[in-house]
Design a protein around this ligand. Structure first.
Ligand code: APR
Ligand code: ZN
Ligand code: ZN
Length: 361
């Protein structure tokens, strides 16, 4: 028996989103229906609405979510009804070469729910990042659910499903920030701020926040940045060198996704340092570098995919740290909103007014 719920639909390219009735089927084998309790508004949802990710309209938006498992299909072992879970983009197979080599975030055989959710008219919906959680209930693959401690607020837990995990993971997983390191983070939105928090968690001694917006720099300080650089008026590469005794940072994390900030990240690191690229560029962007600089500076240039996270390892760990007061995830929630306020939240995000608006049910 399918059920009808309310969900936020992006009907067509650049059209305003709207709340419509969504038909959620009963979970089939390896699937789960989750009663969503909170879902953050992420840039990727806006990109879906703008047609920048795929033409597969209509989309059921939302993918940064936590909730309670309502029912599971046959053969589901990961979770059971009543479990409090954080959703992740894709269930990994656990068997392919990438999974076996300990890099499941590059799994060749990821999957989402097999059955479609539809509009009342029967039109199939494309769930954003295989989740579609701006809805009272959603259907996912059971492997997309990670059970965590239910004592934490859903608004906070959901954030780990995307942006905050991407930023923290860029620091602790990809960048392998260590005790005493100097770290520079270029771009202090939700992802960059999470990278700052992750760097502090990992024991970095200096954490330099770089942004072109003063408001973001003040916020970065509250996340644990020890120094700030306004790169609209100061050369950030020079400033980072000065703040690191002339050397450059051990780890530089780029969280903007533009050629000029990729270049800054490349030159702002110490010799043999690490550059972590978490900002996502567009297909036409290019970066030209003298090969002698690539060769001569040593170290490594790494991109960070979903914070190189392993949900079953990282989600419960970060929830534990939050509960112990060692990682304040509440700071990332700027406002809690209702389902019909997502369009307005996109405007506020675009204006740089919020870190995260979170829909709560
Ligand atoms: N130099 C420094 N900071 C910049 C620059 C620049 N040239 N241009 C923009 N910024 C800052 C903005 O002021 C903002 O604070 O980068 C930040 C970007 O933050 P958000 O727009 O909130 O984006 P966020 O959600 O943090 O994601 C950042 O990471 O995962 C990727 O797709 C995501 O590419 C995006 C990036
Ligand atoms: Zn996202
Ligand atoms: Zn795999």
């Amino acid at each position: 028996m399918s059920q009808e719920v309310r969900g936020v639909i992006a009907p067509g390219k650049d059209e305003p989103v709207r709340v419509e009735t969504v038909v959620v089927p009963d979970p089939g084998p390896g699937e789960a229906v989750v009663r969503v309790q909170a879902c953050g508004v992420c840039h990727t949802d806006l990109h879906y609405k703008q047609g920048g990710i795929s033409d597969d309209f209509p989309f059921l938006l939302g993918h940064e979510a936590a909730g309670v498992v309502e029912s599971v299909g046959e053969g589901t072992t990961e979770v059971e009804p009543g479990d409090f879970v954080i959703l992740n983009w894709r269930a990994v197979c656990g068997r392919c070469r990438a999974c076996r080599r300990g890099r499941p975030w590059y799994c060749f055989d990821t999957h989402n729910a097999r059955q479609p959710m539809t509009l009342a008219s029967g039109t199939e919906l494309s769930p954003a990042l295989g989740i579609g959680a701006f809805a009272e209930k959603t259907l996912v693959a059971s492997g997309q659910c990670t059970k965590v401690d239910p004592e934490v607020s859903p608004a906070v837990a959901g954030l780990l499903g995307c942006g905050v995990m991407a930023g923290i993971g860029a620091a602790i997983n990809t960048g392998q920030v260590g005790r005493g390191d100097s770290v520079a983070v270029i771009g202090c939105g939700g992802v960059g701020d999470a990278a700052i928090a992750g760097s502090r968690l990992a024991g970095a001694a200096r954490v330099i926040a770089v942004d072109i917006d003063e408001r973001k720099l003040r916020q970065a300080e509250s996340m644990g940045a020890t120094h700030t650089v306004d790169s609209s008026s100061t050369d950030p590469v020079e400033a980072i060198r000065e703040l690191t005794d002339g050397f450059g940072a051990d780890v530089v994390i780029e969280a903007v996704g533009r050629p000029e900030t990729y270049r800054q990240a490349f030159y702002a690191r110490d010799l043999a340092g690490t550059v972590v690229l978490v900002g996502v560029p567009t297909p036409e962007m290019r970066l030209e570098l003298p090969l002698l600089d690539v060769f001569g500076r040593g170290g490594s240039l790494k991109s960070s995919w979903y914070g190189d996270c392993l949900p079953s390892r990282d989600f419960p760990m970060l929830i534990d740290l939050h509960r112990q007061g060692r990682l304040d995830l509440e700071k990332f929630v700027t406002e809690k909103i209702a389902l019909d306020e997502v369009e307005h939240a996109f405007d506020r995000m675009h204006a740089g007014d919020v870190l995260r608006s979170v829909v709560v049910f």
